[in-house]
Design a protein around this ligand. Structure first.
Ligand code: NAD
Length: 495
């Protein structure tokens, strides 16, 4: 067990686990143990939810002006900006993603807090002019209460922020259960929230495993809402666990996104878009463009360009500036990715490049080579199921009609890319593809200002933008009688 022990952050305190037990977190590039984190369970979750509820009801938070809430979020954004380097390094050590990428994410992260800081004093209801001029009707947008946020390991701070910033902006308090693979930066975030002046209990973190700590959070009777990012399988479990309690849930789930290259595209640009779409972050992103469709007339050229670049991707230490792909996040991920590639081979796929696990040139970690599969089709599991690794399947098509059908023939609907120089076609495709985010001649663009939503098995509810505020508030309708006339007897018929 590691010497370095991290405890929950509950009510502004570092709280040891009720069970006294900890679990280890390791560096996936080297398998070295980094630290131990508190192994949370129902008792810890209960303490965190009670603390969040007490803060929610405390006048110092409840009656804080919306402008001041915005100031606190802005201050938290500033602190994250000041600590960007430290946070990026912590995330890279924990999940193996490139330091370059995490540093970029951390530099962009304050923008999320600034965006919702600016929005905090713009949350309001409406005046409704009903037909009776003496009756005033207005609506209020109120916070929900305690929001539970359960997040994955692939971009821990960014994906947690997508929930935390709007939830606090709207006046809620939050209990976060981070992924068991990446507890460190989320605990640090809770410390920074306190430093920024948020009251103790506004941001609580209970670390631990999904079934032991995540499930009790979902099941807690005092929870007003659950906001989850993770796999479709866990999302489905959460949806059924909350269904009978009528609390809201925002679910951001898995994907198997198509990246479509038409014959009129700039193929060199499209090839870079395909490479970025699937090999960035070793394919461990929900929006990975894992199904590539290329028009038959540019299929060979695209294959050549993508395969050539994939074979040259420099794999190694994610802390090294020259590295282009790091390890997968943990042993099971490496096994799962390898298992899918072997399954693809057994189903008849041909591996053009990659297709093997690696130790990262002696580092000892959980690496997997960037892999391109061909001779595949929509009936195969490697094309239908989310692999969440650096594996893309490239398939030819002959017509726009055909590729729309093939691209939409999936249970997922998170994102889609289209490469074409024909504006009319781009416009048509944007409307016909069944996905919540469409990229035309680009891939992976994202902003806190832009709302996003998964279609089909990719999720329910909206994150980012002004739209997400509705997910963290409830609407109240207030009626006021302004008439000075006596209130009529309801049983006397008016003539
Ligand atoms: P996961 O579903 O295994 O875990 C996500 C979180 O849920 C973790 O914190 C985990 O501990 C917790 N959890 C697991 N079982 C639980 C249960 N029964 N009750 C409550 N909580 C539970 O997912 P993962 O492997 O951490 O993340 C990868 C998945 O996340 C991929 O499918 C990916 O596509 C998806 N993802 C989606 C988005 C998006 O915005 N749509 C973004 C990133 C990742």
């Amino acid at each position: 067990m590691s010497e370095k022990k991290l405890n929950h952050v509950i009510g502004g305190e570092h709280v040891p686990p009720a069970s006294g037990e900890y679990f280890e977190s390791t560096n996936p590039a080297t398998r070295e143990v980094l630290y131990s984190a508190a192994r949370g369970e129902a008792a810890d979750v209960d303490r965190a939810v009670q603390s969040a509820r007490a803060t929610f009801e405390d006048a110092r938070w409840r009656d804080l002006s919306q402008t001041k809430r915005g100031h606190l979020l802005r201050r938290l954004g500033d602190l994250i900006g000041e600590k960007a380097e430290e946070l990026a390094r912590m995330e890279t050590l924990d999940n193996g993603k490139l330091l370059r990428e995490m540093a970029g994410q951390m530099v962009g992260l304050p923008e999320y807090y600034y965006y919702y800081a600016g929005l905090a004093d713009k949350i309001h209801g409406d005046f409704i002019p009903t037909s009776d001029r003496t009756v005033l009707n207005y609506t209020m947008r109120e916070p929900l209460g305690v929001v539970g946020a359960i997040t994955p390991w692939n971009s821990p701070l960014t994906l947690t922020t997508s929930k935390l910033a709007p939830a606090l902006c709207a006046g809620n308090t939050v209990v976060i259960k981070p992924s068991e693979y990446t507890s460190a930066t989320i605990l640090r975030l809770a410390e920074l929230a306190l430093e920024a002046g948020l009251p103790p209990g506004a941001v609580n973190v209970v670390t631990g495993y999904g079934v032991e700590a995540g499930q009790p959070l979902v099941d807690h009777p005092a929870l007003a809402k659950i906001s989850f990012t993770g796999s479709t399988a866990t999302g489905a479990r959460i949806a059924s666990a909350t269904a009978g309690r009528f609390i809201g849930s925002t679910l951001e789930l898995g994907g198997k996104s198509p990246n479509i290259v038409f014959e009129d595209a700039n193929v060199a640009n499209a090839a870079m878009g395909v490479v970025a779409g699937i090999f960035a972050a070793a394919g461990q992103t929900c929006i990975a463009g894992s199904r590539v469709f290329a028009h038959r007339s540019v299929y060979d050229e695209l294959l050549e360009r993508v395969t050539e670049r994939a074979a040259r991707i420099r794999m190694g230490d994610p802390l090294d500036e020259a590295t282009e792909i790091g390890p997968l996040a943990f042993a099971d991920q490496q096994e799962k990715v390898g298992g899918y590639v072997d399954l693809g081979r057994a189903e008849g796929a041909r591996v053009l490049t990659g297709g093997r696990p690696s130790d990262g040139g002696g580092l000892g970690g959980y690496f997997y080579e960037p892999t391109v599969l061909v001779d595949v089709d929509n009936s195969m599991r490697v094309v239908r199921e989310e692999i969440f690794g650096p594996v893309c399947a490239i398939m030819p098509f002959d017509s726009e009609e055909e590729v729309v059908r093939l691209a939409n023939d999936t249970e997922y609907g998170l994102a889609a890319g289209v490469w074409t120089s024909n504006l009319s076609r781009a416009y048509r495709m944007a409307s016909r593809l069944e996905a919540g985010t469409i990229w035309l001649n680009t891939y992976r663009a994202m902003s806190p200002m832009s709302p996003r939503q998964g279609f089909k098995s990719s999720g329910v509810g909206i994150e980012h933008g002004t739209e997400t505020i509705k997910e963290y508030t409830r609407l109240k309708s207030v009626w006021v009688n302004t008439s000075e006339e006596p209130v009529a007897d309801p049983f006397v018929l008016r003539s």
